[in-house]
Design a protein around this ligand. Structure first.
Ligand code: PLP
Length: 388
Protein backbone atom coordinates (compact mmCIF):
# COMPACT_ATOMS: atom_id res chain seq x y z
CA UNK A 1 0.00 0.00 0.00
CA UNK A 2 1.30 3.45 -0.88
CA UNK A 3 1.32 5.43 2.35
CA UNK A 4 0.42 9.07 2.62
CA UNK A 5 2.31 10.89 5.35
CA UNK A 6 0.40 13.83 6.80
CA UNK A 7 2.14 14.08 10.16
CA UNK A 8 5.05 16.39 9.36
CA UNK A 9 4.69 18.25 12.68
CA UNK A 10 5.55 15.04 14.55
CA UNK A 11 8.68 14.63 12.48
CA UNK A 12 9.83 15.13 8.92
CA UNK A 13 11.60 12.61 6.72
CA UNK A 14 15.30 13.43 6.51
CA UNK A 15 16.05 15.21 3.23
CA UNK A 16 18.19 13.00 0.95
CA UNK A 17 20.68 15.87 0.56
CA UNK A 18 20.96 16.04 4.34
CA UNK A 19 21.69 12.32 4.57
CA UNK A 20 24.33 12.74 1.85
CA UNK A 21 25.98 15.61 3.73
CA UNK A 22 26.03 13.59 6.97
CA UNK A 23 27.46 10.32 5.67
CA UNK A 24 31.18 11.26 5.51
CA UNK A 25 31.01 12.30 9.16
CA UNK A 26 30.30 8.72 10.20
CA UNK A 27 33.31 7.38 8.32
CA UNK A 28 36.28 9.37 6.97
CA UNK A 29 35.60 12.61 8.83
CA UNK A 30 35.00 10.98 12.19
CA UNK A 31 37.16 13.20 14.41
CA UNK A 32 36.43 14.57 17.85
CA UNK A 33 36.09 18.34 17.44
CA UNK A 34 38.11 18.85 20.64
CA UNK A 35 41.21 17.07 19.24
CA UNK A 36 43.92 19.34 17.97
CA UNK A 37 45.11 17.02 15.18
CA UNK A 38 43.88 16.92 11.59
CA UNK A 39 40.75 14.84 12.21
CA UNK A 40 39.74 16.98 15.18
CA UNK A 41 40.18 20.21 13.29
CA UNK A 42 38.27 18.87 10.31
CA UNK A 43 35.37 17.99 12.60
CA UNK A 44 35.56 21.32 14.40
CA UNK A 45 35.46 23.14 11.05
CA UNK A 46 32.29 21.26 10.10
CA UNK A 47 30.60 22.12 13.40
CA UNK A 48 31.48 25.79 13.05
CA UNK A 49 30.23 25.85 9.46
CA UNK A 50 26.89 24.44 10.60
CA UNK A 51 26.76 26.98 13.43
CA UNK A 52 27.13 29.85 10.97
CA UNK A 53 24.29 28.44 8.83
CA UNK A 54 21.95 28.12 11.81
CA UNK A 55 22.87 31.60 13.04
CA UNK A 56 22.29 33.13 9.60
CA UNK A 57 18.84 31.62 9.29
CA UNK A 58 17.61 33.44 12.40
CA UNK A 59 19.81 36.56 12.09
CA UNK A 60 21.93 35.68 15.13
CA UNK A 61 25.70 35.65 15.66
CA UNK A 62 27.35 32.25 15.44
CA UNK A 63 28.66 32.44 19.03
CA UNK A 64 25.04 32.79 20.19
CA UNK A 65 24.12 29.28 18.98
CA UNK A 66 24.53 26.27 21.30
CA UNK A 67 23.87 22.85 19.77
CA UNK A 68 21.68 20.57 21.88
CA UNK A 69 20.14 17.11 21.61
CA UNK A 70 16.91 18.63 20.28
CA UNK A 71 14.06 20.99 21.02
CA UNK A 72 13.30 19.45 24.41
CA UNK A 73 16.81 20.06 25.66
CA UNK A 74 16.82 23.61 24.27
CA UNK A 75 13.58 24.37 26.17
CA UNK A 76 14.86 22.77 29.39
CA UNK A 77 18.16 24.62 29.06
CA UNK A 78 16.48 28.00 28.55
CA UNK A 79 14.09 27.71 31.48
CA UNK A 80 16.22 25.95 34.07
CA UNK A 81 19.36 27.73 32.92
CA UNK A 82 17.88 31.20 33.37
CA UNK A 83 15.90 30.32 36.51
CA UNK A 84 18.89 28.87 38.38
CA UNK A 85 21.25 31.66 37.30
CA UNK A 86 18.90 34.48 38.28
CA UNK A 87 17.47 33.26 41.59
CA UNK A 88 18.96 36.30 43.30
CA UNK A 89 16.77 38.56 41.11
CA UNK A 90 13.47 36.76 41.52
CA UNK A 91 11.55 33.51 41.35
CA UNK A 92 8.64 34.24 39.02
CA UNK A 93 8.21 32.76 35.54
CA UNK A 94 5.51 33.61 32.98
CA UNK A 95 4.49 31.12 30.33
CA UNK A 96 1.32 30.14 28.47
CA UNK A 97 -1.11 27.31 29.04
CA UNK A 98 -0.58 25.90 25.52
CA UNK A 99 3.17 25.27 25.62
CA UNK A 100 4.76 22.00 24.57
CA UNK A 101 5.46 19.60 27.45
CA UNK A 102 9.15 20.43 26.96
CA UNK A 103 8.35 23.83 28.50
CA UNK A 104 5.52 22.86 30.86
CA UNK A 105 7.43 20.05 32.61
CA UNK A 106 10.54 22.14 33.41
CA UNK A 107 8.16 24.82 34.74
CA UNK A 108 6.52 22.22 37.00
CA UNK A 109 9.92 21.12 38.24
CA UNK A 110 10.86 24.73 38.96
CA UNK A 111 7.59 25.14 40.91
CA UNK A 112 8.63 22.20 43.07
CA UNK A 113 11.96 23.98 43.62
CA UNK A 114 10.29 27.13 44.96
CA UNK A 115 9.68 29.15 41.78
CA UNK A 116 6.21 30.44 41.03
CA UNK A 117 4.82 30.10 37.50
CA UNK A 118 1.97 32.00 35.84
CA UNK A 119 0.35 29.98 33.03
CA UNK A 120 -1.38 32.60 30.88
CA UNK A 121 -4.73 31.75 29.35
CA UNK A 122 -5.33 31.89 25.58
CA UNK A 123 -8.34 32.92 23.52
CA UNK A 124 -10.52 30.59 21.44
CA UNK A 125 -7.86 30.58 18.67
CA UNK A 126 -5.00 29.75 21.01
CA UNK A 127 -3.59 33.28 21.04
CA UNK A 128 -1.85 34.75 24.07
CA UNK A 129 -2.90 38.38 24.58
CA UNK A 130 0.31 40.45 24.91
CA UNK A 131 -1.40 42.75 27.45
CA UNK A 132 -1.97 39.73 29.67
CA UNK A 133 1.79 39.20 29.66
CA UNK A 134 2.28 42.82 30.71
CA UNK A 135 -0.24 42.44 33.53
CA UNK A 136 1.35 39.23 34.80
CA UNK A 137 4.80 40.80 35.26
CA UNK A 138 5.89 41.38 38.85
CA UNK A 139 9.14 42.67 40.30
CA UNK A 140 10.11 39.01 40.80
CA UNK A 141 9.66 37.95 37.15
CA UNK A 142 12.89 36.64 35.64
CA UNK A 143 11.78 34.96 32.40
CA UNK A 144 8.82 34.93 30.01
CA UNK A 145 8.44 31.91 27.74
CA UNK A 146 5.78 31.91 25.02
CA UNK A 147 5.94 29.55 22.05
CA UNK A 148 6.24 30.92 18.53
CA UNK A 149 3.87 28.50 16.78
CA UNK A 150 1.77 25.88 18.47
CA UNK A 151 2.52 22.31 17.43
CA UNK A 152 -1.06 21.08 17.77
CA UNK A 153 -3.23 23.82 16.30
CA UNK A 154 -0.62 25.80 14.35
CA UNK A 155 -1.49 29.21 15.82
CA UNK A 156 1.35 31.73 15.44
CA UNK A 157 1.73 33.93 18.51
CA UNK A 158 2.40 37.69 18.54
CA UNK A 159 5.98 37.19 19.64
CA UNK A 160 7.38 40.57 18.54
CA UNK A 161 4.76 42.38 20.66
CA UNK A 162 5.55 40.24 23.67
CA UNK A 163 9.26 40.80 22.97
CA UNK A 164 8.77 44.57 23.27
CA UNK A 165 6.99 44.17 26.60
CA UNK A 166 9.74 41.89 27.95
CA UNK A 167 12.44 44.29 26.81
CA UNK A 168 10.74 47.32 28.39
CA UNK A 169 10.52 45.40 31.66
CA UNK A 170 14.11 44.12 31.40
CA UNK A 171 13.01 40.47 31.59
CA UNK A 172 14.51 37.59 29.62
CA UNK A 173 12.25 36.33 26.85
CA UNK A 174 12.35 32.78 25.49
CA UNK A 175 10.37 31.35 22.60
CA UNK A 176 10.02 27.75 21.52
CA UNK A 177 10.28 28.15 17.75
CA UNK A 178 10.62 24.43 17.01
CA UNK A 179 7.64 24.47 14.63
CA UNK A 180 8.59 27.78 12.97
CA UNK A 181 12.28 27.72 12.16
CA UNK A 182 12.92 26.58 8.61
CA UNK A 183 9.29 27.11 7.61
CA UNK A 184 8.63 30.80 8.10
CA UNK A 185 11.31 33.51 8.39
CA UNK A 186 12.46 33.99 11.98
CA UNK A 187 14.62 36.94 13.06
CA UNK A 188 15.67 37.02 16.70
CA UNK A 189 16.14 40.80 16.61
CA UNK A 190 12.77 41.57 15.07
CA UNK A 191 11.17 39.26 17.61
CA UNK A 192 13.13 40.72 20.52
CA UNK A 193 13.87 37.31 22.02
CA UNK A 194 16.85 36.45 24.24
CA UNK A 195 16.50 32.69 23.86
CA UNK A 196 14.99 30.61 21.06
CA UNK A 197 14.64 26.82 20.72
CA UNK A 198 15.02 24.88 17.47
CA UNK A 199 14.98 21.24 16.42
CA UNK A 200 16.47 19.69 13.27
CA UNK A 201 13.97 16.87 12.77
CA UNK A 202 11.11 19.31 12.20
CA UNK A 203 12.85 20.80 9.17
CA UNK A 204 14.04 17.71 7.26
CA UNK A 205 17.16 17.29 9.38
CA UNK A 206 18.07 14.33 11.61
CA UNK A 207 16.51 13.49 14.97
CA UNK A 208 18.41 14.07 18.21
CA UNK A 209 19.90 17.46 17.38
CA UNK A 210 18.70 21.00 17.87
CA UNK A 211 19.93 24.32 19.15
CA UNK A 212 19.29 27.07 21.63
CA UNK A 213 19.91 30.64 20.56
CA UNK A 214 21.26 32.57 23.55
CA UNK A 215 21.56 36.34 23.10
CA UNK A 216 25.01 37.62 24.08
CA UNK A 217 25.01 38.70 27.72
CA UNK A 218 22.18 36.37 28.84
CA UNK A 219 22.96 34.92 32.25
CA UNK A 220 22.23 31.20 32.46
CA UNK A 221 23.63 28.07 34.08
CA UNK A 222 25.26 25.51 31.73
CA UNK A 223 22.98 22.63 30.81
CA UNK A 224 25.57 19.92 31.25
CA UNK A 225 28.79 20.06 33.16
CA UNK A 226 31.94 18.34 32.02
CA UNK A 227 34.17 19.30 29.13
CA UNK A 228 34.50 22.71 27.59
CA UNK A 229 32.42 22.15 24.48
CA UNK A 230 29.99 24.81 23.24
CA UNK A 231 31.88 27.54 25.12
CA UNK A 232 31.31 25.66 28.38
CA UNK A 233 27.55 25.97 28.08
CA UNK A 234 26.86 22.36 27.08
CA UNK A 235 29.48 19.73 27.83
CA UNK A 236 29.73 16.45 25.87
CA UNK A 237 31.34 15.51 22.58
CA UNK A 238 29.34 17.08 19.79
CA UNK A 239 26.92 15.04 17.68
CA UNK A 240 29.04 15.65 14.61
CA UNK A 241 26.96 14.00 11.84
CA UNK A 242 23.78 15.38 13.44
CA UNK A 243 25.07 18.93 13.60
CA UNK A 244 26.31 18.73 10.00
CA UNK A 245 22.88 17.42 8.95
CA UNK A 246 21.17 20.21 10.86
CA UNK A 247 23.36 22.76 9.06
CA UNK A 248 22.51 21.28 5.65
CA UNK A 249 18.79 21.18 6.48
CA UNK A 250 18.89 24.82 7.51
CA UNK A 251 20.72 25.76 4.32
CA UNK A 252 18.07 24.02 2.20
CA UNK A 253 15.25 25.53 4.23
CA UNK A 254 16.63 29.02 3.59
CA UNK A 255 16.50 28.37 -0.16
CA UNK A 256 13.11 26.69 -0.30
CA UNK A 257 11.11 28.29 2.49
CA UNK A 258 9.26 31.04 0.67
CA UNK A 259 8.06 28.82 -2.21
CA UNK A 260 7.10 26.07 0.21
CA UNK A 261 5.15 28.48 2.36
CA UNK A 262 2.98 29.46 -0.62
CA UNK A 263 2.54 25.92 -1.87
CA UNK A 264 1.60 24.54 1.54
CA UNK A 265 -0.78 27.40 2.32
CA UNK A 266 -2.67 26.55 -0.86
CA UNK A 267 -2.82 22.83 -0.05
CA UNK A 268 -3.77 23.52 3.58
CA UNK A 269 -6.64 25.77 2.52
CA UNK A 270 -7.88 23.15 0.04
CA UNK A 271 -7.89 20.58 2.80
CA UNK A 272 -9.68 22.82 5.32
CA UNK A 273 -12.32 23.86 2.78
CA UNK A 274 -12.86 20.27 1.64
CA UNK A 275 -13.24 18.96 5.19
CA UNK A 276 -15.73 21.69 6.12
CA UNK A 277 -17.80 21.01 3.00
CA UNK A 278 -17.82 17.25 3.29
CA UNK A 279 -18.15 16.62 7.02
CA UNK A 280 -20.86 18.40 8.99
CA UNK A 281 -20.39 19.32 12.67
CA UNK A 282 -16.69 19.96 12.08
CA UNK A 283 -14.74 22.98 13.23
CA UNK A 284 -11.27 24.23 12.51
CA UNK A 285 -9.12 24.52 15.64
CA UNK A 286 -6.56 27.31 15.84
CA UNK A 287 -6.45 30.71 14.21
CA UNK A 288 -7.97 30.92 10.71
CA UNK A 289 -5.12 33.02 9.27
CA UNK A 290 -2.36 33.39 11.89
CA UNK A 291 -1.41 29.74 11.55
CA UNK A 292 1.34 27.57 10.16
CA UNK A 293 0.94 26.90 6.43
CA UNK A 294 1.26 23.19 7.13
CA UNK A 295 -1.30 22.76 9.91
CA UNK A 296 -4.90 21.56 9.73
CA UNK A 297 -6.50 20.70 13.06
CA UNK A 298 -10.21 19.94 13.21
CA UNK A 299 -12.66 18.72 15.81
CA UNK A 300 -15.23 16.33 14.42
CA UNK A 301 -18.26 15.98 16.66
CA UNK A 302 -19.48 12.55 17.81
CA UNK A 303 -16.29 10.66 16.93
CA UNK A 304 -13.04 9.96 18.74
CA UNK A 305 -9.79 11.33 17.32
CA UNK A 306 -8.01 8.03 18.00
CA UNK A 307 -10.62 6.09 16.01
CA UNK A 308 -10.17 8.43 13.06
CA UNK A 309 -6.38 8.10 13.22
CA UNK A 310 -6.53 4.29 13.40
CA UNK A 311 -9.03 4.05 10.54
CA UNK A 312 -7.01 6.46 8.41
CA UNK A 313 -3.94 4.35 9.11
CA UNK A 314 -5.77 1.27 7.81
CA UNK A 315 -6.27 3.21 4.57
CA UNK A 316 -2.59 4.18 4.45
CA UNK A 317 -2.93 7.74 5.71
CA UNK A 318 -0.77 8.84 8.66
CA UNK A 319 -2.30 11.64 10.75
CA UNK A 320 -2.42 12.40 14.46
CA UNK A 321 -4.71 13.53 17.22
CA UNK A 322 -2.37 16.25 18.42
CA UNK A 323 1.21 16.22 19.51
CA UNK A 324 3.17 13.01 19.01
CA UNK A 325 4.03 13.06 22.70
CA UNK A 326 0.44 13.01 23.92
CA UNK A 327 -1.05 10.78 21.23
CA UNK A 328 -0.35 7.66 23.27
CA UNK A 329 -2.15 9.03 26.31
CA UNK A 330 -5.91 9.23 26.64
CA UNK A 331 -5.85 12.65 28.26
CA UNK A 332 -7.51 15.28 26.08
CA UNK A 333 -5.15 17.89 24.70
CA UNK A 334 -4.28 20.62 27.22
CA UNK A 335 -4.03 23.00 24.27
CA UNK A 336 -7.59 22.43 23.10
CA UNK A 337 -8.95 22.57 26.64
CA UNK A 338 -7.13 25.88 27.20
CA UNK A 339 -8.82 27.19 24.03
CA UNK A 340 -12.18 26.47 25.62
CA UNK A 341 -13.14 23.24 23.84
CA UNK A 342 -15.18 20.73 25.81
CA UNK A 343 -13.63 17.36 26.67
CA UNK A 344 -15.75 15.77 23.93
CA UNK A 345 -14.64 18.26 21.29
CA UNK A 346 -11.03 17.87 22.36
CA UNK A 347 -11.32 14.08 22.12
CA UNK A 348 -12.70 14.45 18.59
CA UNK A 349 -9.68 16.32 17.27
CA UNK A 350 -7.61 15.30 14.31
CA UNK A 351 -4.40 16.90 13.04
CA UNK A 352 -3.06 16.73 9.50
CA UNK A 353 0.31 18.39 8.97
CA UNK A 354 1.66 18.81 5.46
CA UNK A 355 5.20 19.10 4.17
CA UNK A 356 7.70 18.99 1.36
CA UNK A 357 6.45 15.79 -0.25
CA UNK A 358 2.72 16.43 0.18
CA UNK A 359 0.88 16.55 -3.16
CA UNK A 360 -2.52 17.74 -4.29
CA UNK A 361 -3.36 14.13 -5.08
CA UNK A 362 -2.69 13.18 -1.44
CA UNK A 363 -4.97 15.95 -0.22
CA UNK A 364 -7.69 14.71 -2.59
CA UNK A 365 -7.27 11.20 -1.24
CA UNK A 366 -7.56 12.38 2.38
CA UNK A 367 -10.72 14.28 1.45
CA UNK A 368 -12.18 11.19 -0.11
CA UNK A 369 -11.30 8.81 2.71
CA UNK A 370 -12.03 10.80 5.89
CA UNK A 371 -15.73 11.58 5.24
CA UNK A 372 -16.31 7.85 4.68
CA UNK A 373 -14.55 6.99 7.95
CA UNK A 374 -16.48 9.63 9.89
CA UNK A 375 -19.80 8.39 8.49
CA UNK A 376 -18.92 4.82 9.52
CA UNK A 377 -17.83 5.84 13.00
CA UNK A 378 -20.83 8.07 13.53
CA UNK A 379 -23.16 5.27 12.54
CA UNK A 380 -21.98 3.32 15.56
CA UNK A 381 -21.23 6.23 17.85
CA UNK A 382 -22.71 6.17 21.35
CA UNK A 383 -21.87 9.90 21.45
CA UNK A 384 -24.22 10.61 18.55
CA UNK A 385 -26.95 8.29 19.93
CA UNK A 386 -26.89 10.06 23.30
CA UNK A 387 -27.07 13.40 21.53
CA UNK A 388 -30.20 12.47 19.55
N1 PLP B 1 8.63 22.09 21.14
C1 PLP B 1 7.71 21.92 20.19
C2 PLP B 1 6.76 23.04 19.88
C3 PLP B 1 7.62 20.72 19.49
O1 PLP B 1 6.69 20.55 18.55
C4 PLP B 1 8.53 19.68 19.81
C5 PLP B 1 8.43 18.36 19.17
O2 PLP B 1 7.36 17.78 19.04
C6 PLP B 1 9.49 19.91 20.81
C7 PLP B 1 9.51 21.12 21.46
C8 PLP B 1 10.49 18.87 21.19
O3 PLP B 1 11.50 18.78 20.21
P1 PLP B 1 12.45 17.48 20.14
O4 PLP B 1 11.60 16.36 19.63
O5 PLP B 1 13.54 17.87 19.17
O6 PLP B 1 12.98 17.25 21.50
Amino acid sequence: MKRIYLDYAATTPTHPEVVKAMLPYFTDAFGNPSSIHFHGQEAKGAIEEARVKVANLINARDEEIVFTSGGTEADNFALKGVAFANEDKGNHIITSSIEHHAVIEPCKLLERRGFSVTYLPVDEYGLVEPDEVRRAITDKTIIISVMHANNEVGTIERIAEIGKIAKEAGIYFHTDAVQMVGHIPVDVNELGVDLLSMSAHKLYGPKGVGALYIRKGTKLVAFMHGGEQERRRRASTENLPGVVGFGKAVELAGQEMSEEEKRLTYLRDQLVKGLMERIDHTRLNGHPTMRLPSNVNVSVDYVEGESMVLNLDLEGICASTGSACSSSSLEPSHVLLAMGLSHEQAHGSLRFTLGKWTTEEEIRRALEVLPRIVAKLRAMSPLLKSHR
